[in-house]
Design a protein. Sequence first.
Length: 604
Amino acid sequence: MTSIVHIFYSIFSFFLLFSLFTSASPIFPPHSSPKEYFEVTAPPPATAQSPSCTLHLPQQDFANTTGAPPSTILYAPPDDCSGPWSSVVLDLAVSCNGTQRQRIAGIWLAGVEILRSSTVQATKAGASWKVQKDVTKYSSLLSLSNVSLTLMLENTINDFLTGVLHVNVSLLYYNGDDEPDFVAISDGVDDTIVSERSRKVSSKSSIVKYQFFYEDPADLIIPIADDDGANGFWFKIQNQSNSHAKGIQIPRNTYRAVLEIYASAHEDDEFWYTNPPTCYYKINNLKSKRGNGSFREIFTTIDDLYVGSVSPFPVLYTGAINPLLWSPAVGIGAFDLPTYDLELTPFLAQLLDGDAHFFRIGVTDSIPFWLVNANLHLWLDPSSDVVEAGTVLYRVPDLYVQRDYQYRKLNSVFKEASGRQIEFSGFVSSSKGNSTTQVTYQFQFQNVIEFQKKGRLLDAELFVKSRTDVRVLPPRVALLDLKSQATIVRKYPLHLRAMITPGSAFDSYSSKSEVTHEFEEKVEVELEQENYQSTVFNSQDCRGSLKSRGDEKQGSLYGTSHVRQSLRVRDRDRCYSQTLSVDDGEIDKNEVVDLCASPRVESI
Ligand SMILES: *[C@@H]1O[C@H](CO)[C@@H](O)[C@H](O)[C@H]1NC(C)=O
Ligand SMILES: *[C@@H]1O[C@H](CO)[C@@H](O)[C@H](O)[C@H]1NC(C)=O
Ligand SMILES: *[C@@H]1O[C@H](CO)[C@@H](O)[C@H](O)[C@H]1NC(C)=O
Ligand SMILES: *[C@@H]1O[C@H](CO)[C@@H](O)[C@H](O)[C@H]1NC(C)=O
Ligand SMILES: *[C@@H]1O[C@H](CO)[C@@H](O)[C@H](O)[C@H]1NC(C)=O
Ligand SMILES: *[C@@H]1O[C@H](CO)[C@@H](O)[C@H](O)[C@H]1NC(C)=O
Ligand SMILES: CC(=O)N[C@H]1CO[C@H](CO)[C@@H](O)[C@@H]1O
């Protein structure tokens, strides 16, 4: 906490303040009992039923674990509960018994990451929360016995930070036989028919999954990660040239491959989309290192051939900007960070020769640091030893980048825009026939960062849109487990405005901030027999203030918060809507509506 003095001796800048905010604990009206936190999400569909069986793993405690190896538990499914399951849900329950800062956490099964999460800024009274995630796509690993379940959570205990994190991991297994009877409620005759039919499809299809890429769980999942695991299996990426690779051999009868990427941004890149070019600091003689511009992209290569990239979603952890904004509802994705999927089937031609191939992951223009690793999901042909594959098209034009920097000393404006459109296709000839997979990926990135009032006001506006199209040709009856066509569109708009004012007392300050951000996803799947859509719209609109009198030790921040959040999820299983309203840490409204049950609500 030397940073307060440091801030006032250097020129006041937001970048130093962000790090200050993340290290201090907020004080709302003091809490006497542990505060319960949550992330606004739709519960996994399976949890509407009772699980067929449940596995509670022993509680793990994370006290002073910085620099320590992760904690490892031996995993095996319960004896009377071997798969296949219709769904498996990971249940994480955490409590913290004192003051603590935000931490990042990862859980791996047999070295394959199954959850990336973060923890809360707990006050003296402590905190607790719960995370549930559908992990059915990892079924092939979940059915293994005596494999390691690894938890990495670096925590620090000192005179001020007293909170030990107690973590319980449970797995809930569902077999989907005891589907509940749905009652269609509607006053329109036509609505009733539609509603009943969609319910029937829904109860039948809850045997499979609603996520396009993992409709049927893969037969084999290979981690592209740090095998050593002494500091967790993730790769720690310091800069663009610091990419990491792993050599792996894949079975020669693989007919489909999807790479799932887990990523989180930390330290100087935690708020990468507010990073000006490094020059801004040099010109103004500032010490901050939060530079290198605002564009970041996670890229993957196989044997140095570029095979795809993804734009990361800006997750705001619980210490971000003004910690009061994330209490009790944390930022979008903070407890269950989004993952990103790359369809790699068109590249099987390079991979099926039985040799080892090098999968590399990096982050364009990154600065310290990112934690990134990936899982290679493979589907195997049970009826042949060798599948034949060939590349048909490989079109990767350069990334388009446009930068418009207007330097006016501390008051400057930095605009960046970039985009790309890439296309791959390849055929796979297995016992199921010969099909061609075409993949196109497009994305658009725009960012404007504006510093006003001599750098005390920061205004940043980010917009990211990505679109992936996967087509499997020709659609064949014999290959019902592959989709004919799918389109996945994601949008991440974010607007952040924060102003800091030094107070009259030494070291004191006050700040005001506004953050509006959204996670939007639309998946459209066209099958021979069935078409369906799933949409997620999640938006958080936050405003707050923060004051430090400057005469106190860490934990002396107090202020206000106003948060409005709206979540809508529609897919084959759910029409979930949640509206939340929080003022000064207290919930005014938390309304959950089943839009399927009351179709009229949606038109309001
Ligand atoms: C925590 O660990 C650090 C170094 O790893 C050590 O310096 C410190 O004394 C430890 N604190 C406690 C309370 O054990
Ligand atoms: C973890 O499980 C133990 C044993 O069931 C229970 O006593 C404890 O309260 C649980 N902790 C959390 C954080 O849920
Ligand atoms: C938190 O719990 C641990 C035991 O897990 C205990 O050693 C520690 O004293 C507790 N801390 C506080 C602040 O109560
Ligand atoms: C798992 O390990 C336990 C004890 O270490 C052993 O009794 C059991 O047979 C093992 N199970 C399998 C499937 O290897
Ligand atoms: C990138 O990171 C690596 C690993 O920390 C370091 O050795 C290298 O000097 C860094 N390169 C640049 C350009 O900063
Ligand atoms: C599969 O189809 C592709 C293109 O349609 C063709 O080039 C290839 O020769 C076919 N392979 C086999 C084994 O039939
Ligand atoms: C956009 C930008 O400034 N990129 C720089 C990020 O840092 C690396 C060095 O680590 C430079 O090579 C890039 O030009």
